[in-house]
Design a binder for this molecule. Structure first.
Ligand code: HEC
Ligand code: HEC
Ligand code: HEC
Ligand code: HEC
Ligand code: HEC
Ligand code: HEC
Ligand code: HEC
Ligand code: HEC
Ligand code: HEC
Length: 351
């Protein structure tokens, strides 16, 4: 291992040597990078922390050049504190403290994502002293690439720690489509966000999932591509479960308990509605209802309209009542208006 303390020494002793003069400001990005890599481009560059741990100081040129920052940014944008050579003395005692010193580095240029991250579940855990990811754990350091290109990269990033979720998701209707190159299906961050991730177990967040599914499942052009119905949301909302959800969301009955899309379809394990393992397949439906409707019999789901609009074939009684009201109500109101008009006419004529 070559110590670069030696390099300090030679620079101090021979200020006019081939290496850039001490303290000289690099005039361009390229000069700057060359200057820094003059020492940090050395594979063996490292130093010992007071704790005895060895910290590598190597930055691979080819990796950095290919990164999103490498093309335009130099080194000092991220490391203003090390612009001067030799650098100010290091205060970190061990590796953990060394890394922690860089924690807020991204804030200067990515303020919006930084502040969003402070609202997320991961940061709450970090702030409480636990271990959870911050910027570089998901994005990398000198090798940062576009985080959504290709889109499968998102589940790989999250799956690095949430392996079981990523595995389940990969087998779902959304995940399988994603792996086959489909760009229309949701990835982890469409549902959870990347930075301001909220706790998915809270009731308030769970209620927002109805709108989440609706963003795509009510989009007529999108759903036509897959031959899927877009009335799944409206039919749900006019059903007893959806009604209760609306009351809970609007705060009229904040404590209302009900079934959401995800209670019947699942979350990371959503399947095609007519697939063998589907929770909403006719054969499996009783079990799904029974999660909440204790003692539901085999006939229980049959008493429910699912996402269907009532029709003469499906639920004729409900349909007939609907039709009756559609005729009966205009008839009554029309009659009432007619009666008032006739009265008015009489009054005017008899005056
Ligand atoms: C003459 C060799 C040399 C040059 C040139 C050099 N460094 Fe360093 N750098 C070091 C050494 C040695 C350390 C080890 C820690 C220390 O002694 O400060 C270090 C440490 C670092 C660290 C770790 C944090 C710290 O404060 O120690 C960063 C970040 C860093 N350098 C960035 C840069 C950047 C950016 C440039 C270009 C502007 C640069 N270095 C140029 C020798 C150099
Ligand atoms: C996008 C911001 C960014 C850019 C650009 C950048 N760095 Fe870093 N660098 C970081 C972060 C963040 C860390 C801390 C990594 C950690 O947690 O240990 C770091 C760490 C370092 C370290 C300490 C050793 C290590 O790998 O942890 C050195 C040395 C270093 N950078 C040098 C450079 C040099 C030289 C360049 C230019 C070629 C450069 N950096 C460009 C963000 C950046
Ligand atoms: C000195 C300013 C600066 C700092 C500090 C900085 N970045 Fe960047 N970052 C940029 C710029 C400018 C771009 C856009 C590059 C482009 O589009 O060519 C960028 C792009 C990105 C992208 C890709 C964005 C996309 O649309 O695909 C990511 C991810 C990213 N930065 C993460 C980070 C992280 C993580 C850190 C901290 C370790 C960091 N950046 C620190 C300036 C900075
Ligand atoms: C838990 C992993 C994770 C953490 C932690 C994280 N990011 Fe991201 N970031 C992502 C993903 C995934 C994307 C892709 C965007 C998406 O899918 O919505 C992204 C996108 C970005 C982008 C591209 C522009 C955009 O908003 O889409 C930037 C810049 C960025 N992050 C910076 C940061 C910074 C700065 C931090 C730290 C404050 C950070 N990220 C923390 C996962 C993370
Ligand atoms: C470096 C590891 C790591 C990465 C990468 C990561 N997470 Fe996490 N995440 C954690 C840890 C640790 C927790 C705390 C709870 C736990 O132990 O599961 C957590 C908690 C969560 C929670 C809250 C649920 C809970 O169990 O507390 C959600 C939601 C979540 N992460 C989503 C994501 C998403 C989405 C991504 C990708 C954008 C991601 N995570 C990337 C480590 C990670
Ligand atoms: C279609 C939307 C959707 C997608 C895509 C999605 N999730 Fe989730 N996720 C949810 C919902 C809804 C919950 C709440 C589940 C519940 O409480 O029953 C959840 C819960 C979680 C939790 C907390 C679970 C727990 O009980 O601890 C984590 C962690 C998580 N998701 C990570 C991920 C990761 C990683 C990905 C990508 C591989 C992902 N999610 C993709 C909707 C989604
Ligand atoms: C980003 C858009 C998007 C979001 C958000 C989304 N989906 Fe999907 N979903 C799709 C697309 C596209 C397909 C068709 C995939 C295919 O067949 O290859 C699909 C397929 C499905 C299917 C299978 C239908 C069948 O029988 O073939 C179900 C069930 C489903 N989604 C339920 C949900 C639920 C529940 C949510 C909310 C938690 C949700 N989706 C959120 C886009 C989305
Ligand atoms: C009480 C249980 C239940 C709830 C709640 C529920 N669904 Fe369904 N869903 C079903 C059943 C059962 C089917 C199968 C209907 C069939 O195959 O005839 C289905 C079918 C679907 C399909 C496939 C449609 C097609 O054209 O093949 C989609 C997409 C879907 N639901 C999305 C949703 C969304 C989005 C929500 C929330 C707004 C939701 N579901 C709420 C039980 C439910
Ligand atoms: C996550 C729990 C849950 C699931 C799963 C669920 N329900 Fe419900 N259901 C409720 C709750 C709570 C109510 C009462 C409040 C309301 O109307 O939303 C209810 C109300 C009903 C009602 C109105 C009459 C009554 O008993 O109050 C019927 C009928 C019904 N559900 C049928 C079904 C069918 C059929 C399924 C399966 C396809 C199903 N439910 C799945 C929670 C659930």
């Amino acid at each position: 291992m070559k110590s670069i303390r030696g390099v300090w020494l030679s620079l101090l002793l021979v200020p006019l040597a081939a290496a850039p003069p001490l303290g000289a400001q690099a005039t361009s990005r390229n000069d700057e990078v060359e200057n820094c890599l003059g020492c940090h481009g050395d594979k063996d560059a490292s130093f010992k922390l007071p704790s005895g741990e060895t910290q590598s100081l190597f930055v691979a040129r080819d990796v950095f050049e290919k990164s999103v920052h490498g093309a335009r940014q130099g080194c000092i944008g991220c490391h203003p504190g090390q612009a001067e050579v030799p650098h100010p003395p290091l205060t970190a005692k061990d590796k953990a403290a060394f890394s922690a010193g860089f924690k807020d580095l991204c804030k200067t240029c990515h303020f919006e994502n930084y502040t969003k991250a402070l609202d997320g579940v991961h940061y709450k855990i970090l702030a409480a002293g636990g271990s959870a990811p911050f910027c570089v754990d998901c994005h990398g350091v000198h090798d940062i690439s576009h985080p959504k290109v290709p889109r499968t990269k998102v589940s790989e990033t999250c799956g690095g720690c949430h392996g079981d979720m990523a595995e389940t998701y990969a087998k779902s209707v959304h995940g399988q489509a994603l792996l086959a190159g489909n760009q229309d299906v949701p990835v982890c961050t469409d549902c959870h966000h990347a930075h301001d991730i909220l706790d998915p177990r809270t009731k308030d967040w769970r209620l927002t999932t109805i709108d989440l599914c609706a963003t795509c499942h009510t989009n007529k052009t999108l759903m036509a591509k897959y031959g899927l119905s877009t009335n799944v949301v409206s039919s749900y909302l006019s059903d007893f479960h959806g009604m209760s959800a609306k009351l809970a969301t609007s705060g009229v009955k904040p404590k209302a308990v009900t079934a959401l899309c995800i209670d019947c379809h699942g979350t990371h394990d959503i399947t095609k509605a007519r697939d063998g393992g589907s929770q909403v397949l006719k054969e499996n439906l009783r079990k799904t209802c029974a999660k909440c409707h204790v003692g539901a019999t085999q006939n229980f789901p049959a008493a429910w309209l699912s996402h269907y609009e009532p029709s003469l074939k499906k639920a004729p009684l409900v349909w007939a009542v609907g039709v009756f009201y559609k005729i009966f109500i205009p008839f009554i109101i029309g009659g009432l208006c007619l009666q008032i008009l006739l009265h008015l006419w009489r009054v005017l004529v008899n005056r």
